[in-house]
Ligand binder design. Sequence first.
Ligand code: GLP
Length: 251
Amino acid sequence: MAQPPLRVEADALAVADQVAMRLQAALAQGATLGLATGRTMEPVYRALVQRLQALPETDCLGLLASWCSFNLDEYVGLGPKDPGSFAAFMRRHLALPLRLPSERLQLPDGLAGDPQAEALRYAQALRAAGGIDLQLLGLGRNGHVGFNEPPCLPEAPCRCLALSSSTRQQNAGAFGGDPQAVPPQAITLGLAEILSARQLLLVVTGAEKAEILRRSLQEPPCPEVPASWLQGHPGLEVIADRGAAAALQLS
Ligand code: GLP
């Protein structure tokens, strides 16, 4: 299979600037954005905020006026008031600094009484908005994208699912370092919705992800590495720092 376009930057800050540039260009075109959370995205959103704040005010307001975004996922049981929720993450990193009303940043409702019904509603809202133009993706250490935990097929739809113990371990930092405090379930867009986006931007930083990035991009797609299904998408671009790209065979 042809290799997707890959851009390797010196470090996470340089990666963030590249990604922020692409997000700004997409906003200028009125694109619907698919947004992600996680440590990888923190410098990305900082860089985006800096770029937008550096614009003349009318240009910045013009870009924000048409803002439409859908996040990948949310923990079941957490609402925007919980600092560990992804809704709170988005509020801290984008809505507050950009003075965007929080409801402009759409996420699954972690407090919905019936999480599976909420997943269906969220997928329907995304379809009604015309789908995602540019989907930003981080990479979990077990190869998950969004919260599509292995094993996962490319047809998997938006749904409520159980998080693996490795993912709860990986995300414990936002919950005082205690994996048991990480909610056991989440609602995530499925690979079906992710692969329906017109463009995908996979952003990976840090040497600890070098091996899973290699398996995601340079081994045949398989359910054990959910991100490997991205290889089949004609609009995939990968931006990584040197650490994350270290195990890739570059032609
Ligand atoms: C999290 C999120 C993913 C994110 C990934 C990587 O659990 N659900 O959307 O991309 O794991 O996180 P990090 O950037 O903190 O390594």
